[in-house]
Design a protein around this ligand. Structure first.
Ligand SMILES: Cc1cc2nc3c(=O)[nH]c(=O)nc-3n(C[C@H](O)[C@H](O)[C@H](O)COP(=O)(O)OP(=O)(O)OC[C@H]3O[C@@H](n4cnc5c(N)ncnc54)[C@H](O)[C@@H]3O)c2cc1C
Length: 412
């Protein structure tokens, strides 16, 4: 059988994991195009849960991930004076993952680890992206690039380019009833790094202000603190249209929104001005009936983003990449069939990971002071015997330590 030519768009989490596994199970040559001129290593803490831990273990990366863990020892909900209202410590082992996971790592550290593990498996091309894909009758995809990479034909094109995937829009169009696949959850958020100060210790601190505003500070593994601002509002759908336009000053927008919100907001807003890794986006899920079409597949956030609220984004991306590589390794001579099996295998996991607690995110981001008091009261009660209580509302706490499906050809 001829060697397969595979193109992956996106060097985030899913793209590198996919390249790593494909190279182990399939005779192929892999190209990864990344739109950014350099590896995008911004973002705050993310974590790895469920069978994705098993995949990382099988990549011999568990120790590397552990060596880069953040120093976070748990999550505290605080009021405007900084008084702790409810505390959730990190679980003691990987079978007891809390809000703070055993595998809590800065997104940038995980991206670098996965890039290093996969750089021998693929040719990485930065500052490049797909302009168009045309699927032909001979099961080839003719790809034209925006930045000068020569037009080439591929046996498989995988879009691992995140929530706002342009390729998804072009190739998959809109849903059956004309709806966009992106389902906004009524929230937008921003992540950036600020200098650590004397008030920051190894607890993550979550502060709710009225009008659905959240200021969230998390420790890292260096001299920085990772800041997260989120706004949840009933008029956010109208707001999204404005927000998604590229020429808007999002830092200004957030400043206006958060000014006077209390607790450490003034510090965070002032540091935000200088933050070079500011990343801001709408909080949304991607819901699709089909995330494969011919010989094009979506993997990770581009096909089934569960949103940061689920806490499952990176785990689902890792699992999706592993399963896709596994299915292709079973029938490399029949890519469309392999893609169909990939979709069938992923659907239950996607469904489970996209389940959000009832009323989320609005319930955790009240509009009024009374709502915040009720929320903190409930969180204080739930903080005793937290494992059972969290597991009953958050899917991410139930799927710990599962084995990833076995694909014998990937182990060779
Ligand atoms: C900069 C950034 C910061 C983030 N921070 C957080 C965070 O703090 N917490 C959290 O829970 N989640 C965060 N996320 C989302 C999180 O990484 C994903 O939910 C999850 O890890 C799934 O990974 P993915 O590989 O599917 O997508 P992503 O990690 O989003 O990676 C997609 C990659 O594709 C690239 N790309 C986009 N469009 C194109 C294109 N047209 N052509 C080529 N490449 C393209 C992007 O630059 C990116 O490198 C962040 C994502 C990004 C991009």
């Amino acid at each position: 059988m001829a060697k397969l030519d595979i193109l992956i768009s996106g060097a985030g989490i899913a793209g590198p994991v996919l390249a790593y596994w494909l190279k182990r199970g399939v005779d192929c040559s892999i190209t990864i195009v990344e739109r950014s001129p350099v590896l995008r290593v911004s973002g705050k803490n993310i974590d790895i849960r469920g069978s994705a831990v098993d995949v990382i273990r099988q990549m011999n990366l568990e120790e590397k991930v552990k060596s880069k863990r953040t120093n976070e020892i748990g999550l505290a909900f605080v009021d405007g004076a900084g008084c702790e209202k409810a505390k959730y410590p990190k679980g003691e082992d990987s079978a007891q993952q809390s809000f703070t996971s055993q595998y809590e790592i800065l997104r940038g550290d995980l991206v670098r680890i996965l890039f290093d593990a996969s750089k021998e498996s693929a040719q990485y091309i930065f500052d490049e992206s797909i302009m168009s894909v045309e699927q032909t009758n001979d099961y080839k995809a003719q790809v034209v690039f925006t930045g000068g990479h020569p037009k080439t034909s591929y046996d498989l094109v995988v879009l691992a380019d995140g929530l706002s995937s342009q390729g998804r829009k072009r190739i998959f169009g809109k849903g059956e009833n004309g709806e966009d696949y992106i389902r906004p959850l009524g929230q937008y958020c921003a992540y950036f790094t600020i200098p650590k100060n004397a008030r920051d210790d190894n607890w993550a601190r979550w502060y709710n202000a009225t009008r659905g505003r959240v200021v969230f500070l998390r420790p890292s593994n260096d001299d920085t603190t990772r800041a997260y601002l989120a706004v949840t509002r009933s008029d956010v759908f109208k707001f999204n249209e404005v927000f998604e336009s590229t020429d808007i000053d999002k830092k200004r927008l957030l400043k206006d929104e958060f000014v006077g919100a209390g607790w450490q907001t003034e510090r965070v807003l002032s540091e935000m001005e200088n933050a070079s890794d500011f990343h801001c986006h709408m909080v949304a899920q991607v819901k699709m009936l089909n995330f494969v079409k011919g010989n094009v597949a979506l993997v990770g956030d581009s096909g089934y983003c569960p949103s940061p609220i689920s806490g499952m984004g990176s785990s689902l991306a890792i699992m999706g990449a592993y399963v896709l590589a596994g299915e292709i390794s079973e029938t490399p001579f029949d890519i469309p069939q392999a893609l169909k099996r990939y979709q069938t295998a992923m659907k239950p996991l996607v469904h489970q990971s996209q389940k959000l607690p009832p009323g989320a995110p609005q319930i955790a981001n009240p509009q009024t002071q009374m709502g915040i008091s009720v929320l903190y009261g409930c969180l204080a009660i739930a903080s005793s015997n937290w494992i059972a209580k969290l597991a009953s509302v958050f899917p991410r706490f139930t799927s710990v330590n599962q084995r990833a499906p076995a694909y014998p050809r990937l182990q060779q």
